[in-house]
Design a protein around this ligand. Structure first.
Ligand SMILES: *[C@@H]1O[C@H](CO)[C@@H](O)[C@H](O)[C@H]1NC(C)=O
Ligand SMILES: *[C@@H]1O[C@H](CO)[C@@H](O)[C@H](O)[C@H]1NC(C)=O
Ligand SMILES: *[C@@H]1O[C@H](CO)[C@@H](O)[C@H](O)[C@H]1NC(C)=O
Ligand SMILES: *[C@@H]1O[C@H](CO)[C@@H](O)[C@H](O)[C@H]1NC(C)=O
Ligand SMILES: *[C@@H]1O[C@H](CO)[C@@H](O)[C@H](O)[C@H]1NC(C)=O
Ligand SMILES: *[C@@H]1O[C@H](CO)[C@@H](O)[C@H](O)[C@H]1NC(C)=O
Length: 888
């Protein structure tokens, strides 16, 4: 809505992508996306419309983006080579109150599935309804804990009743919207339960019975497509079992009648507050995928292809951050994360070239090529009658390259790599040779209140960031009990039993009468009394007479907090907070929050005071939350007062301001590094929890080596810096000006230093050697099938592409020869074609993307005979409209 007024002033080039996207998704109104088809399977693969298929799937969770982002995410998945989109279904979002359903906005599941169909992609719908997903409470709605006699995920009638009701609801919804493949829709596969094998033992025989019940309940719904149970070695015969993990080659389903499926290929990892950021190298990820198809796999899903954002209080935990970037091929904002996205695109193209051979052979032929080298060969009769053959050559040595002979030819295999030969002769792809561009995201600070622009680049330090506002209002949140809806009860209640997770916060207040003798006793001992709690989560703040004594953070940790009392009556306030509910493990319904075990006040003359024996007054949540002062509708009703820039701020304060949306269409983030911990809303949309907690100091020192088995501690970054400082504000939540920003700050922060920024792939680098494989787009599947393939004359090429709506504004470096260094640090080597820069500039300047052949021909001469040459380029992308009038 906001954009429409702006778009009119943009030239056609920036308009084109939205128009194409719009045209692409027009069929959404019609309803049928495919000629109706059936899906079944045999031991080799899913059989889609009568044909075995090798499928690549992209995990996207619809509520972790906005409906306005969905079309672009789905388009980029398809462009990246995905055949399938995979998502969980989020029960807590769809049935927040028992019996009251929500399928609107980010929870408009039908719309999401229709968009997938209109892109002519398939869908794997994982209903669960337990989903884990690093989602609050694993996707269970909180009311489920309160169902009488309930025990989750076991042979328990109340649970089974609710689960069946919800799963039926979703299957019926999909059927009514005609979204199953046999109705012409995109859904080819479903999932019931999720990684139950991990916890099944905890439930004994009842767990085994539950698996059988869940399977037959699901099948009984007559959805007409296969159901999966992932990580379920005892999945019944008519349910597929599937692998989840970093590697799934060698996975064997529990029956010879089932194909090898990989429902979650963890291409990155999630992050905790205080943790460093994990990265999985593109080379290792491609290796894992190639090994999977090499050893008989047929369906592989990236978990996640797009991770997105845990908006509101949806992040699980405890302590999962608001970003769910996951180091996925599409980043948190939906921008391509390079070289991961491009390298996987090349991989998928290579696998697709092998598909005719892969589906023909019932099993690969195995050939050992060396101590750590092996080949798997798929051959048989092609559809057209000719012979088809595809081979995968793997070197699983973590250190050394290998030289192998295969079918009379020699091949060099880099360490920890797979070469893919779609015709059993020519290498179309090697997992360790990245030909895709690298992109460096640049963050541009938004238009300042003065209307000037400045660019913040990684390599250029500029201190004149423009902050979003010079004018802030503040409002003090009461410390302690604030409203009529407080209540008093004997003893300490369980946190979630009281809050029902309507808020992160629960106030507990009691009165402690301290005698003169006690005060004398404290002085004599030289020690203050302490609040001592055996076990607590996630955050406890202790106040005495409204003054903060201290805070404790942890997941079921002991809390020992010294407190200072005055003689006579003292108000003791305990504030328990959650930072994302548990989403994993057995007995989730019992996990709870707040306190466990004994809670005492120690250090008194007459012995400890048992806090659980006292009378406590409770209040759920904050006054500002209850009054919804973060909404456009209600914020004016609160008694805000202007905030002076140099006044030191107090804890538990609400802040608000209005700000203008940054120019353009690039994704917008708020930089909240100057703040402490709290939550933020833009125009009433909850953008998530924020916390400037610093990541662990150690663990990022080792250089990232793609070789060898990946784990989430390998290749981490951001040690010693705040875990998350940028918070995504989807464009569709913004209007051009006067956007309401409200923050609730628990500690201290400086709102005057909050800035809005835009993120874009501002710098591109590419490096391709003349011995690289030829461009996959020039390989013809049909020529393979016909056996007429001839690719020897095709030179490799370097491809640079800016995001939609951006063009290459300058070539900062180009050298065909022996360039040195890496992205942003290239220099020319001994050998350098003197026309490199002008040739690349001419091919790329002012274009959204360009291809440059890596050959002597393209560079008009051989700059050094007999030496292997490489082309390295660094380019800059800018919005394609002419923005020079804006002053930079
Ligand atoms: C930012 O600082 C640079 C260098 O000091 C200056 O040239 C530029 O005008 C400043 N920009 C703004 C927006 O203040
Ligand atoms: C707490 O609740 C009681 C009973 O409803 C009420 O009288 C009292 O005013 C409330 N406290 C506050 C601070 O609103
Ligand atoms: C929570 O409340 C339920 C009753 O609603 C009770 O059975 C349960 O014991 C309570 N849990 C705790 C930990 O107090
Ligand atoms: C504190 O307790 C003492 C002894 O039980 C009592 O005399 C005194 O009045 C109490 N003080 C207050 C402020 O309630
Ligand atoms: C605020 O502080 C800065 C430096 O700390 C000072 O230059 C400025 O004059 C102060 N402004 C006011 C209004 O006190
Ligand atoms: C492959 O063979 C078929 C049938 O022989 C022929 O029609 C087709 O043109 C060939 N395609 C290519 C790309 O060689």
């Amino acid at each position: 809505m906001a954009e429409s007024t702006r778009v009119s002033s943009l030239p056609w080039r920036t308009l084109l992508p939205p128009i194409i996207a719009f045209l692409l998704f027009l069929p959404i109104v019609s309803g049928s996306y495919f000629k109706p088809f059936n899906v079944s399977y045999d031991h080799r693969a899913l059989i889609v419309a009568g044909k075995r298929r090798m499928l690549v799937s992209a995990g996207i969770h619809y509520p972790r983006a906005t409906p306005e982002m969905w079309p672009d995410l789905i388009t980029k998945s398809k462009e990246g080579g995905a055949d399938v989109i995979q998502t969980y279904v989020f029960w807590s979002g769809h049935e927040p109150v028992k019996g009251q359903y929500n399928f609107e906005g980010r929870y408009d599941l039908v719309k999401f599935v229709k968009l997938v169909g209109s892109s002519r992609l398939y869908l794997h719908l994982r209903i669960g309804p337990y989903v884990c997903a690093e989602w609050n409470f694993g996707g269970f709605p909180l009311w489920l804990r309160d169902v009488h006699g309930i025990q989750f995920r076991t042979d328990n009638e109340p649970f089974k009743k609710e689960m069946q009701k919800f799963v039926t609801k979703i299957v019926d919804l999909m059927r009514e919207a005609k979204l199953f493949c046999w109705q012409g829709g995109p859904i080819i596969m479903l999932q019931i339960e999720n990684e139950y094998g991990d916890v099944e033992k905890s439930y004994g025989q009842k767990g085994k019975d539950y698996v059988k019940w869940a399977a037959s309940m699901a099948l009984g719904l007559g959805a007409g497509v296969p159901w999966v149970m992932c990580k379920q070695t005892d999945a019944p015969e008519n349910i597929l079992d599937a692998c989840n993990g970093y590697y799934c080659d060698g996975f064997k389903p529990n029956s010879k009648t089932k194909p090898v499926l990989w429902t979650e290929n963890w291409d990155g990892w999630y992050t905790r507050w205080g943790g460093s950021l994990p990265h999985r190298p593109a080379e290792d990820l491609a290796f894992a995928v190639a090994r999977f198809y090499q050893r008989g796999g047929s369906f592989q899903n990236y978990y996640m292809y797009f991770g997105g954002t845990n908006f509101g209080r949806t992040s699980g935990g405890p302590f999962y951050i608001t970003s769910y970037d996951y180091d996925a091929p599409l980043d948190e904002y939906g921008l391509k994360s390079e070289p991961k996205w491009g390298h996987l695109k090349d991989l998928h193209a290579a696998i697709k070239l092998c598909e005719p051979a892969l589906v023909t052979a019932d099993a690969p032929q195995y050939r050992k090529l060396g101590s750590n080298q092996e080949a798997h060969i798929y051959h048989g009769d092609g559809e057209a009658g000719g012979k088809v053959c595809a081979a995968f050559l793997a070197n699983i040595d973590e250190h050394k390259s290998a030289y192998v002979k295969f079918n009379g030819q020699s091949y060099t295999l880099p360490p920890w790599s797979v070469s893919i030969l779609p015709d059993c002769r020519h290498v179309a792809f090697n997992t360790a040779k990245v030909g895709a561009q690298t992109s460096v995201k640049t963050v541009e600070s938004a238009r300042s209140p003065l209307g000037s622009m400045s660019i913040l680049q990684k390599s250029v330090r500029q201190d004149n960031v423009s902050y979003i506002s010079k004018s802030w209002m503040a409002l003090q949140e009461p410390i302690g009990i604030w409203g009529e809806n407080n209540f008093t009860s004997q003893g300490l209640l369980e946190h979630l039993n009281v809050t029902k997770d309507r808020s992160d916060y629960l106030w507990h207040r009691t009165r402690i009468n301290v005698s003169e003798d006690d005060i004398t006793f404290f002085k004599k001992n030289g020690a203050n009394p302490t609040v001592s709690i055996d076990s607590m989560r996630d955050l406890l703040r202790v106040f005495v007479n409204k003054q903060l004594s201290g805070s404790v953070v942890g997941h079921w940790v002991k809390a020992v907090q010294p407190v200072r009392f005055v003689q006579g009556n003292n108000d003791l306030l305990l504030l328990t907070q959650t930072v994302g509910l548990q989403n994993y493990g057995a007995f989730l319904e019992k996990d709870g929050a707040g306190f466990r075990g004994k809670a005492r006040l120690t250090g008194f003359k007459n012995g400890d005071i048992d806090l659980s024996k006292l009378s406590w007054t409770y209040q759920v949540g904050l006054k500002g939350e209850a009054e919804k002062i973060y909404t456009v509708e209600h914020n004016e009703k609160a008694a805000w007062s202007a905030l002076e820039p140099n006044v030191s701020t107090s804890i538990f304060t609400w802040y608000k301001t209005y700000f203008d949306s940054p120019e353009g269409t690039d994704p917008v983030v708020l930089d909240l590094e100057s703040m402490g911990k709290g939550q933020a809303w833009v125009n009433g949309h909850h953008i998530g929890r924020y916390w400037s907690i610093i990541s662990q100091k150690d663990g990022c020192e080792k250089p990232c080596d793609y070789r060898g088995a990946y784990n989430s501690d390998k290749c981490t970054t951001n040690c010693g810096k705040p875990t998350q400082t940028r918070y995504h504000v989807p464009r569709s939540w913004l209007k051009p000006s006067s956007n309401l920003l409200v923050l609730f700050e628990e500690t201290r922060g400086n709102p005057f230093k909050i800035s809005a920024k835009t993120v874009t792939a501002g710098i591109l680098c590419g490096q391709v050697s003349e011995s690289h494989y030829p461009p996959l787009r020039k390989w013809s599947k049909q020529e393979f099938i016909n056996g007429t393939m001839s690719i020897n004359s095709v030179a490799p090429e370097l491809h640079l592409h800016c995001e939609d709506g951006h063009v290459i504004s300058s070539i900062e470096f180009a050298s065909y020869g022996t360039p040195r260094g890496s992205c942003e640090r290239y220099s020319t080597g001994k050998c350098h074609a003197s026309k490199s820069l002008s040739i690349v500039s001419e091919a790329c300047q002012a274009r959204n993307n360009c291809f440059i052949e890596v050959s002597n021909t393209a560079f008009h001469s051989d700059p050094c005979r007999g030496t292997s040459k490489t082309l390295a380029v660094m380019a800059r992308c800018s919005p394609s409209q002419d923005r020079s009038y804006l002053g930079f």
